[in-house]
Design a protein around this ligand. Structure first.
Ligand code: FAD
Length: 343
């Protein structure tokens, strides 16, 4: 394999009914920086059916080029058909880097493509950079139980591939004036050749608690002591119109369901305001919340690692401080006619 044959940074644009997954836009933001450093174009690649209208959106979010494979067999995601589409593009155009969102479909596709192309894949990456001299993607992720950050390189194979967790990278502001190139590629697929059939699509209408999109989160840790004290976290959140989150220890204690866990094995969140109350700040927790805009930490231990990432820190007993905050915020709400605004 001649590594110099491979050029360009590509992002898998995951779409459903022409709605682009947020992580794909975030990856265009991250990919833009990598492509600029390597002085190569940034491309988004899109597979699906009747998806041409999506291409301009991809350009507006930072891509120079969009590779498009449109076919009725690609209407819904299936590993087999999508993999054939990606293989066609990757073999013909030879990108040096391909990024995928670490969504169920993104992870599935990336691992299948890595196997077929006999190349490496770094899963669940939380940081991306490039070594420009050696044109190596530096994909970092927590390793060894989350106790260290490992930077993984793929030195001998191309393309270099990584899946990246949603909400870790930042999308660029869309610019509808941006101009780019759309490259359409034909593919020969037959429905009868597909081993999996989509029989029915059932939309999940159950209302799940999603903290990933919350603007304000009150997150409680084991330092709250017990389930009864943890109600203070709910009360503070109710008072200020926030969502409630917890650490893994809190979830394991049964104080919150797993959907509300923040961290490496829970949700990655990027709210405007994040209260970390009675939370030590273990690396596995911090990777899931460190990109919040304002972090307010309350901990009785002045040396707790959470203070290293906090914008404001309050050293003291949460069981004394939180009731006072609730009282103050209630008063503020009354003064503001019942509204809390986070503009
Ligand atoms: C593979 C792996 C994955 C993991 N994934 C996650 C994950 O996704 N999310 C996650 O959160 N963790 C995760 N963990 C666990 C993580 O390592 C920590 O154990 C966990 O985050 C600690 O939770 P905590 O801060 O609530 O509890 P503790 O570490 O016990 O911290 C409690 C804190 O509260 C403070 N405190 C005590 N009493 C008070 C009080 N009255 N007032 C104020 N402060 C007080 C203490 O000083 C202490 O700092 C993972 C671990 C591993 C190995």
């Amino acid at each position: 394999m001649n590594l110099d044959d491979y050029r360009g940074v590509w992002v898998f644009i995951e779409q459903n009914e022409r709605n682009i997954e947020g992580v794909s836009l975030e990856l265009l933001g991250a990919g833009r920086k990598l492509a600029d450093k390597l002085e190569v174009p940034l491309a988004g690649f899109l597979l699906g059916h009747e998806i041409k209208s999506v291409a301009n959106q991809v350009i507006s979010y930072g891509a120079d080029e969009v590779y498009l494979v449109d076919h009725p067999v690609l209407k819904q995601y299936r590993t087999e058909s999508y993999m054939q589409g990606v293989m066609l593009l990757a073999r013909k155009y030879k990108p040096e880097i391909i990024l995928y969102g670490a969504t169920p479909n993104g992870k599935d596709l990336a691992s299948a493509v890595a196997t077929d192309l006999s190349t490496g894949l770094t899963a669940d990456t939380t940081m991306l950079d490039v070594d420009v001299t050696n044109r190596l993607l530096e994909a970092s992720r927590p390793a060894f139980g989350g106790n260290i950050m490992a930077t993984i390189l793929c030195k001998k194979h191309r393309p270099q591939m990584a899946t990246v967790r949603p909400k870790v990278m930042k999308a660029l502001d869309p610019d509808s004036a941006r101009v780019g190139k759309i490259i359409e590629e034909k593919i020969d697929l037959k429905e009868e050749d597909m081993r999996t059939k989509v029989l029915q699509i059932v939309n999940d209408v159950t209302k799940k608690v999603s903290i990933a999109d919350a603007h304000v989160i009150v997150c409680g840790g084991k330092g709250m002591g017990d389930l009864q004290n943890f109600q203070l976290i709910h009360e503070l959140a109710d008072t200020i119109g926030a969502s409630v989150g917890g650490t893994r220890d809190v979830v394991e204690a049964g104080w919150l369901p797993h959907e509300q866990q923040v961290g490496q094995t829970g949700e990655t969140v990027t709210p405007k305001i994040y209260f970390a109350i009675g939370i030590s700040g273990a690396i596995q927790h911090v990777v899931g919340m460190k990109n919040s805009e304002f972090i307010i930490a309350i901990n009785k231990d002045p040396n707790a690692p959470i203070f290293d990432v906090a914008t404001y820190g309050i050293v003291g007993d949460a069981l004394e401080i939180v009731p006072k905050l609730i009282e103050q915020f209630k008063q503020l709400r009354t003064e503001k006619g019942g509204e809390m605004s986070y503009a």
